[in-house]
Design a protein around this ligand. Structure first.
Ligand code: C5P
Length: 409
């Protein structure tokens, strides 16, 4: 187990376990990593800049904005420099600041301006950890994409017992090993993914169409999550109101036919996740002019079936992605209907989402899902933010891909 040649920025928070950051710095330096540290104002109550500088062999950045420091290395380049940022210990108060998106000192500003993954290693009294406010912050921060390690169960400095003990430097080192290893594999393998999302529009005439209420949020968040894991991801989206991050390669389409064509053009990929609410049918013919109210002959609309994109991918002999994921939006018999779809469309995984409730599913920021694989193993996620669920789906997919690929190591 090792971590080598990485650039790690450690933010030392204000808690009794701050001294353990010195052990992690030693461990990282011993393994040829470059370490810089920001010492927060309250962290300084527990460790000194001198001990940090002695170990990092670099100036300790203190939690104040000084002109000298900004001219040496400003808060933006400090976050750009790092491969990963670690906050240890992450206190309850620091979690609150991050949940609010505060940028009131060097540590919070670097984090807010960061384009890197941020690992939070909490440590606090057990009551503080289980407090509703902290648990709410935890959810918010997970939703923002922060990574968490711990806290562990154990006896705390205050003498109480429970969840709140900071993970040890060894545990953090082991986390870093797995984290960079996975990134490395993804990079080496040059993994590519496509994600479909949003509704499609099937036009009857130049102004009228058949569509649905899909917001495209779930698929978009999945694309963001895969991208963050280093997978080169193309998002193929029907018409939505989403503000799409420019980091995500995006192809905008209107109809199911266009979506199908873009999917075909994007192949080959390793992963295909079809979260789009594709219209099953389209009008047999699109009227060239706007249909008049009193137009004779328009008593009914003739429909024809659209190609099923996920089924095309699942049954594609030539260019089948290694992992094909379908979605199954249901109002009843969630599990049973999802399994049928998984089999019929030859998917590797199916994400069944319950759309019977108003406060989750289609056109909501929340979702409730089951992720089911071909052996009918399932993982259940109760009502959570779509971004949280997206991170889970991305992780399940990537783990499955890495486990399934026997030639990986
Ligand atoms: O059969 P149903 O439409 O309920 O299946 C939903 C799944 O199939 C979703 O993954 C959706 O993106 C996909 N689908 C598709 N092409 C279609 C219809 C549905 O990819 N024409």
């Amino acid at each position: 187990m090792t971590v080598k040649n990485k650039k790690i920025l450690i933010i030392v928070g204000g808690g009794i376990s701050a001294y353990k950051s010195l052990d992690l710095i030693r461990l990282l330096k011993k393994n040829n990593n470059d370490v810089k540290a920001i010492l927060t104002k309250s962290g300084k109550e527990f460790v000194t800049p001198l001990s940090i500088t002695t170990l990092t062999k670099c100036k300790t950045f203190e939690d104040i904005f000084d002109k000298k420091m900004e001219s040496e290395i400003d808060h933006i380049s400090l976050s750009r420099w790092a491969d990963l940022i670690i906050v240890m210990p992450t206190t309850a108060n620091f979690m609150t600041k991050l949940s609010l998106g505060k940028a009131e000192d060097l540590a919070t500003t670097v984090i807010l301006a960061s384009n890197k993954d941020i690992l939070l290693v909490p440590a606090m009294n057990v009551r503080m950890w289980v407090h509703k406010a902290t648990q709410k912050n935890l959810k918010t921060l997970q939703d923002y994409g922060y990574l968490f390690l711990g806290p562990e169960k154990g006896e705390m400095a205050c003498g109480e017992y429970g969840d709140g003990k900071m993970s040890s430097p060894r545990q953090i080192f082991s986390f870093l090993h797995n984290y960079f290893n996975k990134k490395n594999i993804v990079k080496k393998k040059n993994l590519k993914a496509l994600v479909t999302t949003g509704p499609t529009r099937e036009y009857l005439d130049p102004v009228r169409y058949i569509s649905n209420e899909s917001s495209g949020k779930q698929g978009y968040e999945i694309a963001v999550a895969l991208n963050r894991l280093g997978v080169k991801t193309t998002l193929i989206t029907g018409p939505t109101n989403l503000i799409i991050n420019t980091d995500i390669k995006t192809k905008k389409v209107i109809s199911a036919k266009e979506m199908f064509n873009e999917v075909k053009k994007t192949l080959p990929v390793d992963i295909a996740i079809c979260a789009a609410a594709v219209a099953d049918f389209k009008p047999f013919k699109k009227n060239k002019n706007k249909i008049k109210k009193n137009q004779n002959g328009l008593k009914s609309i003739n429909l024809e079936k659209n190609r099923d994109i996920v089924e095309f991918l699942g049954k594609n002999n030539k260019n089948r992605p290694s992992i094909v994921v379908g979605f199954s939006a249901e109002t009843e018999n969630l599990y049973k209907n999802a399994i049928i779809k998984l089999r019929e469309k030859n998917c590797d995984l199916i994400v069944a989402n319950d759309v019977s409730k108003k406060n989750s599913g289609i056109n909501s920021d929340y979702n409730r899902v089951l992720i089911i694989d071909g052996n009918e193993n399932l993982k259940m996620f109760k009502r959570s933010k779509k971004s949280f669920i997206a991170n889970k789906i991305a992780k399940v997919v990537l783990d499955k891909l890495l486990i399934d690929d026997r030639n990986f190591n």
